[in-house]
Structure formats: structure tokens, C-alpha cells
Design a protein around this ligand. Structure first.
Ligand code: SAH
Length: 202
């Protein structure tokens, strides 16, 4: 998997080494475990998917931008694989998921991996987490049609948000906060499940 990511253009050695250390098969159902290292997204129940290794590597690389991160906010915990990678490249990770049962399983997985610097919250992530803000980085793993202003306001000056944006066609998008405001960069085309509002309890 790591050699393939390198071939596909992932150059941040920190990300490659973290991804080689975190076992991906424990984040998917047993029946799919043999496919966990292929470069595909896989179903994780509740109509959601675990992002492909390439997408996880790419978004992590863009968020890290070659320097260690302090506080990071993730919207869309899902199975927690991206969360586990973030936990190795940031001092503290706050992760919000709207589907309660997904989060319950993810909490158990991260405990098993003895990952202790992640705080998970069952909520609608679009409001962010004002009490823990500001964040050095924000990553969102579900697609939105609009730039989420409330989240951008929770970035430090110098911080960045990485997320997919679009309607029929989606692209990765980076928004950086600077002293004058925000700058947006649109990158390659991607394919994510939609960001939804409200929470699912059972
Ligand atoms: N990165 C995760 C999940 C990707 S799927 C993984 O690789 O497993 C996107 C996730 O975002 C899903 O778990 C979905 O339930 C969640 N999600 C969608 N809208 C959300 C919202 N408004 N707030 C929090 N989580 C949301």
C-alpha cells in the first residue's frame, strides 16, 4: 500500500510512515478485511464509506503541509481510520460524527489501538466545536456545496481547512486563514458521501 501511495505522488515521509504503522484492516468489517489495503473506499454501514488510502494520505499531507500540527478538528469520524492517522500527526484531535452507532464502534477501535489524544463527539459537525477552538487544522470527510463559514472562523490565523466541495463534480479544496482573511485553492476531483445535517441516534 505504501509503495503504491508513493507512486501515486504522496511525498510526505511522515504520512507514509504513519500509514504503514496503523493497521487498516481493523477499521472495516471482517468480511472486507482482505481488501483493506487496496486503493478503494469500502462500506462501513449506515450508507457510509471508509475513504481510500490515497484520499486519507492526500488529505493528511495537505493538512500537515510539512509541519507538525497542534489541535486538529475532524468532521466525519466514520470508522476512525483517518482519525487514527491524524492522532499521530497532531497533538490533539477533536472528531465529530453524526451517526451514533458508528462512533460507538470507533471509540472501541481507538481504545484497542491505545490512541489517547482523540476526543470524539456525537453531534452535527457543521457547527464545529467552539469550546475547543481555535484549531491549527480542520479536515472534513464528507462533501459540502458551500464553504462552511462557521468552521473557518474556528481556524487560527495561519491555519487551514481541507475538505471536498461541489455538487455533481467535487474537488478537494484548501482554505487558509491569514491576517487579511481567507484564500482558497481548488485541487483534484474526488468522490465523497454528502455532509448531512442533524444526528442519527440508533
Ligand atoms: N473519514 C471517515 C468517514 C468518511 S464517510 C472514514 O474514512 O471512515 C463521511 C462521514 O461523515 C460519515 O461517517 C458520515 O456519517 C459523517 N458525516 C456526514 N455529515 C456529517 C455532519 N454534519 N457532522 C458530522 N459527521 C458527518
Amino acid at each position: 500500500m505504501i509503495e503504491r501511495l508513493r507512486t501515486l505522488g504522496i511525498a510526505d515521509e511522515v504520512i507514509l510512515s504513519v500509514m504503514s504503522a496503523v493497521p487498516r484492516h481493523i477499521f472495516v468489517e471482517e468480511a472486507l478485511a482482505s481488501r483493506a489495503y487496496e486503493d478503494v473506499s469500502l462500506p462501513i454501514n449506515y450508507g457510509q464509506t471508509i475513504s481510500s488510502p490515497w484520499i486519507v494520505a492526500r488529505m493528511s499531507e495537505l493538512l500537515r503541509a510539512n509541519s507538525d500540527l497542534g489541535k486538529v478538528l475532524e468532521i466525519g469520524t466514520g470508522c476512525g481510520y483517518q482519525t487514527a492517522i491524524l492522532a499521530q500527526i497532531a497533538q490533539k484531535v477533536y472528531s465529530i460524527e453524526r451517526v451514533g452507532p458508528l462512533l460507538t464502534r470507533t471509540r472501541i477501535r481507538l481504545q484497542e489501538l491505545q490512541i489517547r489524544n482523540v476526543h470524539m463527539r456525537h453531534a452535527d459537525g457543521l457547527r464545529g466545536l467552539a469550546e475547543a477552538a481555535p484549531f491549527d487544522g480542520i479536515i472534513m470527510t464528507a462533501v459540502t456545496t458551500h464553504v462552511p463559514i462557521l468552521l473557518l472562523e474556528q481556524l487560527v490565523v495561519g491555519g487551514r481547512m481541507v475538505f471536498p466541495k461541489g455538487t455533481q463534480k467535487q474537488n478537494l479544496c484548501i482554505i487558509e486563514r491569514n491576517s487579511q482573511g481567507y484564500t482558497e485553492t481548488i485541487l483534484e476531483e474526488v468522490n465523497f458521501v454528502p455532509l448531512l445535517s442533524g444526528v442519527v441516534k440508533k
